[in-house]
Every structure is written in structure tokens, then in C-alpha cells.
Design a protein around this ligand. Structure first.
Ligand code: UDP
Length: 235
């Protein structure tokens, strides 16, 4: 195995499947199976989940809502997704713990770094909900922050695109994919991997990122075994 401890970032939108909004239970079940194959190989798995399938703070603010209120709603949306993912993983007989950055003690554990690491060592999937717990941040930033805190070997950003391209492959047919790219080249070429705050945090802490297509069955396992799937961003 190439990596011992991974942090998987899933966007909220990924949970929609073919829907326009909310959660597709079939997609969740598929993800749970993918994660199970990796856990069964003895890899430690932490997950940060987004909330964009339910609510985004920026969208609320653009309609006149107070930004902090709207971001709080977004963070709670990630907790809803975390509960859904926890349920899907438990249906697949994978042990999990949900830890939230905003305390909701009757629903999930609070985020406690040492406890999260202990769960991982015991083979439990740890889902981090509630983002960073602060408005004006994204769950990409939460993913990088948690990955650094738990000393993950890598961030795996599961998307619907199979890597980083010279241009948006959904818009430009001539776009070509990178197998490998440095943090500096991402910046120089103005490519979009994560938001700037998240990307800078990853760069400064020398934490590599792999962007890959999470919707192709078997890909997650291929990534952790070191197969050249997606695009790796490294120093
Ligand atoms: N959010 C926040 N602080 C955080 C993480 C998330 O305020 O640390 C809010 C923010 O409003 C964001 C929403 O939660 O729009 C959902 O997160 P994100 O947009 O990152 O989800 P994704 O795009 O991955 O589905």
C-alpha cells in the first residue's frame, strides 16, 4: 500500500448522484462500498464531507442573508451529509465515528484530535462534519486542516472529473490531463484544484493532493495502492 492514513474529501454535490438536490441513497451506498474495500486493506480512512448539495453560504449571502448565518447553515448541511454517510457505512458493516467542529453532542462526538487518531488506529472511519467550525471557510480548507492535524499521508479529492486538466474538460475538448504537477505550477498556470486558502495550507505543510474520479468503481483502491489514477499535486 502506498499510503497508511488517508483523508478523503467528498463534495456535497457528489452525494446528489443524478439528482439536482439532496442525497442519493444509491450513490451513498456505492461510496460506502468503495470505502469498505480500502478499510479492508488496513488503510486508515478519515473523511471530510461538503454540504453544497444542501446549502452554500455564498449562495445564501447573495440573496441577502447574513453571511455568517448562511455559513452556519452550510456547516450544518455538512453534518447532515456526515450522518447520511455514517449510516451508509454502517449498513456496509464498516465501523465509523462522526466528529463535528460545531458541537452537537447528542448527535455526534465533538472534534478531538487525539480521539480521532485513536479511532483511526482502531480501524474506524472517522467522518469530520461541520467544516472548520468557522464561517468564511470551505470544506476543502477543513479537509486540509484535518489532514494535517491527524498527520494523514495524503488528501484524496474525489470528484466527477478524473484529474487536473490544462482547462475545464467539461468545456474545452482540447484540454489535456496532468498525471503529476507541482504546487507552484498549479499557481503559475492559474489552475483550480481547491480554493486558495485550502491550497496554500496544503502547500505550506507539504501535504500532497490527488484529484481523482470517485465515481468509477475501484478507483479509490487503485489510488491508495499507488496506481497512477488522477493527478497528483506535490512539491
Ligand atoms: N462552511 C463554512 N465553514 C467551513 C466549511 C464550510 O462556513 O469551514 C459552509 C460554507 O457556507 C459552505 C458550506 O458550509 O458553502 C458547504 O461547504 P462547501 O461549500 O465547502 O461544500 P462542497 O462544495 O464541498 O459541497
Amino acid at each position: 500500500m502506498q499510503y497508511k492514513r488517508i483523508l478523503l474529501k467528498l463534495s456535497g454535490e457528489a452525494l446528489m448522484g443524478t439528482r439536482q438536490y439532496g442525497i442519493d441513497p444509491e450513490r451513498l451506498a456505492e461510496y460506502a462500498q468503495e470505502i469498505k474495500t480500502v478499510i479492508e486493506k488496513g488503510i486508515e480512512v478519515a473523511i471530510v464531507i461538503g454540504g453544497g448539495n444542501i446549502f452554500r453560504g455564498v449562495a445564501g449571502a447573495s440573496k441577502g442573508m447574513d453571511r455568517v448565518q448562511a455559513d452556519n447553515m452550510g456547516m450544518l448541511a455538512t453534518v447532515i451529509n456526515g450522518l447520511a454517510l455514517q449510516s451508509a457505512l454502517e449498513n456496509a458493516e464498516v465501523q465509523t465515528r462522526l466528529q463535528t467542529a460545531i458541537e452537537i453532542n447528542s448527535v455526534a462526538e465533538p472534534f478531538i484530535r487525539r480521539r480521532a487518531i485513536r479511532h483511526l488506529e482502531k480501524g474506524r472511519v472517522v467522518i469530520f462534519g461541520g467544516g472548520t467550525g468557522n464561517p468564511y471557510f470551505t470544506t476543502d480548507s477543513a479537509a486540509v486542516l484535518r489532514a494535517i492535524e491527524i498527520k494523514a499521508d495524503i488528501i484524496l479529492k474525489g470528484t466527477r472529473v478524473d484529474g487536473i486538466y490544462t482547462a475545464d474538460p467539461e468545456k474545452d475538448k482540447l484540454a489535456t490531463k496532468f498525471d503529476f504537477i507541482t504546487f507552484e505550477d498549479v499557481l503559475k498556470k492559474g489552475l483550480k484544484v481547491m480554493d486558495t486558502t485550502a491550497f496554500t495550507l496544503s502547500h505550506e505543510n507539504e501535504l500532497p493532493i490527488i484529484v481523482f474520479d470517485m465515481n468509477t468503481p475501484g478507483n479509490l483502491l487503485k489510488v491508495v495502492t499507488g496506481e497512477k489514477i488522477g493527478t497528483k499535486v506535490n512539491l
